[in-house]
Design a protein around this ligand. Structure first.
Ligand code: NAP
Length: 418
């Protein structure tokens, strides 16, 4: 006789709230919307999840990869998961459940369709889940919520003009004698002090590193961040961003609790001849600044990489474009720069996608070569950028959908948007 449906065991997919960095990658990747979040936790809906594993490889921490064997009737609800500070013990049997078991065997079983660490269905993701083949090996998860590292503020400078609405800061954190290696494109977590409205400690907030691997100041154990003070939400309603205001108000000598580093795929190639096509808006420029600065320093040291750099960078006005001054000093033969300003008086509004179209064959010629694309910034620009690349490719006789799929699979198309 068959077991009743409610007592049949399912393999429930869970996210470890202690390790999760709330980067939203899993929710974005899930092709069937099984992952959701509240203001604290990310959770997997057991009624929807089909164990397709699309979310596993993109997760920068591994927090996504937890499994429990559970009778369907006792599966952890979204509400239960939203309330967790840590994963329940394996084999823990709360009141109404006959058995909730987990372990390595289940994880192995869940990975049955993963070949050599590569996701079989990675092609469903619009962004590469693997790093460029020549990227340096990243360290990840060295410091987590339970064992953060203390960094000291070595500098905090406003990047945007004093009179401009947008308050963006360049913040330098020093790790002293603590080991904290980061690569361009990686992120770190900042734990703001204090508690949230529910009396729980604030969860960490993620920021991309804006400095190259050798440090903001070469030879020093430090890094920099590009942080915009959040004073309103995407709809323009007033809100006070907890972490961004905390960071922007820091003084030299203050200490900060840091986790990370995080990120295994949004990394730059290290082989000679590799081209970088970088597209960003606002503070999404942080990883582009790190990559550009790494290549600039190599050039200064006589270790030029031959590959080309092309940058499309959007901001409202020149006064609001982070790193505007230093960018303008870079020679045209080092980087092909296209700045798009959307709110300059008496000027037509321009977005990065307009500049991509206008650049025409300069972009498509690059796409025919050994090129790595990085897109970072506002979520809203993604669709426009994809359309511009598609149209430019069509005009040059290139099949963008095919090229995009190839680049995704080869670790050559990286997107980080919020
Ligand atoms: P922003 O100042 O609001 O916008 C930058 C530019 O993008 C403006 O010119 C804006 O034009 C334009 N824009 C708006 N909608 C667009 C669209 N659909 N297509 C193309 N361009 C568009 O930018 P921000 O506040 O700095 O935001 C940057 C984003 O990067 C945030 O979402 C942040 O979370 C994310 N990010 C930050 C980091 C970091 O480390 N700090 C790292 C990764 C990502 P208009 O406003 O005039 O329409």
């Amino acid at each position: 006789m068959n077991a009743p449906e409610s007592s049949a065991l399912i393999r429930q997919h869970l996210i470890d709230p202690e390790v999760c960095i709330r980067c939203n990658t899993c929710e974005e990747t899930c092709p069937i919307d099984a992952i959701t979040h509240n203001d604290r936790n990310y959770a997997v809906n057991a009624d929807i999840c089909n164990g397709c594993n699309a979310c596993i490889a993109p997760c920068p921490t591994g927090s996504i990869d937890h499994w429990r064997a559970i009778p369907r009737s006792a599966a952890y609800s979204l509400e239960e998961q939203f309330g967790w500070d840590e994963l329940p013990q394996e084999n823990e049997a709360p009141d109404d459940s006959a058995s909730r078991a987990g372990g390595a065997a289940l994880t192995q079983e869940a990975h049955a369709d993963v070949v050599d660490g590569m996701q079989v269905n990675a092609a469903t993701s619009p962004s590469s889940t693997v790093a460029p083949w020549s990227a340096a090996h990243p360290y990840i998860n060295l410091y987590m919520l339970k064992n953060p590292v203390t960094a000291t503020v070595a500098g905090n400078y406003r990047l945007t003009a004093a009179e401009s609405e947008s308050d963006v800061h360049h913040i330098v954190l020093d790790f002293g004698t603590r080991f904290f290696p980061v690569l361009e494109g990686q992120s770190i977590g900042i734990i703001p002090p204090g508690v949230d409205a529910g009396g729980k400690p604030h969860y960490l907030r993620m920021y991309s590193v804006a400095s190259p691997r050798e440090g903001e100041r070469e030879g020093y154990n430090n890094l920099s961040l590009t942080v915009k003070r959040v004073v309103c939400d995407h709809e323009g309603r007033p809100v006070r961003g907890v972490a961004s205001n905390y960071l922007c108000d820091l003084q030299k000598g203050d200490t900060v609790q840091v986790t990370g580093p995080f990120g295994t795929s949004f990394l730059m190639p290290n082989h000679a001849g590799s081209n970088l096509l970088m597209i960003c808006t606002g503070t999404g420029s942080a990883p582009m600044r790190a990559m550009t600065e790494h290549r600039r320093r190599m050039l200064v040291k006589g270790q030029a990489m031959e590959g080309k750099l092309m940058l499309f960078f959007g901001a409202r006005k020149p006064e609001e474009l982070p790193y505007f001054g230093p960018l303008l000093k870079l020679p045209a033969e080092f980087i092909d720069m296209h700045l798009a300003f959307s709110r300059v008086e008496n000027q037509a509004r321009a977005y990065v996608q307009d500049k991509i179209r206008a650049a025409g064959t300069a972009v498509t010629d690059l796409l025919k070569g050994d090129t790595y694309i990085y897109i970072c910034g506002l979520k809203g620009m993604e669709a426009g950028v994809m359309e511009a690349l598609r149209d430019s490719c069509a005009a040059a006789g290139l099949d963008w959908p095919a090229l995009h799929g190839k680049m995704v699979g080869e670790g050559r198309f990286h997107v980080e948007t919020y």
